[in-house]
Write a protein that binds this ligand. Structure first.
Ligand code: ATP
Length: 138
């Protein structure tokens, strides 16, 4: 079994119930979950790999615009499976190619796309630790 980090982004926080239903129906176990609102510094840190890209400033504004729900999912091949459930980055493309995906159903465009999912074992580990830090020994 594998762990991944998912986020319901600010644009989809009114759809938390439907999205959690879809998560359970896809066979994942939710092992951690919290609602929070990111500060700009936190969003900067979370999306550090995208610094310098044209969409970075817009992404930070969007991700800090309201509450989000972050969760750890567990399941077989959870990283890839969750990315399949959420669908392509651009919700408009998702509606064409993957109409049952969460981004097709609940997102708007290539920025306001409802959900996030870690894209590798390394990013899943980093992102889970970001939202659910393990208590450090003193
Ligand atoms: P995520 O990492 O959030 O799961 P992803 O891996 O599908 O999404 P990335 O390319 O890593 O997409 O981009 C991170 C996020 O930045 C996207 O989910 C989206 O919100 C935003 N984004 C990506 N490309 C664009 C773009 N061209 N214009 C505006 N926003 C974008």
């Amino acid at each position: 079994k594998e762990r991944t980090l998912g986020i319901i982004k600010p644009d989809a926080c009114g759809k938390v119930g439907q999205i959690l239903d879809a998560i359970f129906q896809s066979g994942f176990k939710i092992t951690k979950l919290k609602m929070c609102q990111l500060t700009r510094n936190e969003a900067f840190e979370f999306y550090q790999e995208h610094q310098g890209k044209t969409f970075f400033d817009g992404l930070i504004s969007f991700m800090t615009s309201g509450p989000i729900v972050a969760f750890e999912l567990m399941g077989v091949d959870a990283i890839n499976k969750w990315r399949e459930v959420i669908g392509p980055t651009d919700s408009c493309e998702a509606r064409k190619g993957a109409p049952v995906s969460l981004r097709a159903r609940f997102g708007k465009d290539n920025q306001q796309n409802a959900c996030h999912g870690s894209d590798s074992l390394a990013s899943a580990a980093r992102e889970i630790e970001f939202f659910f830090p393990s208590v450090a020994a003193v």
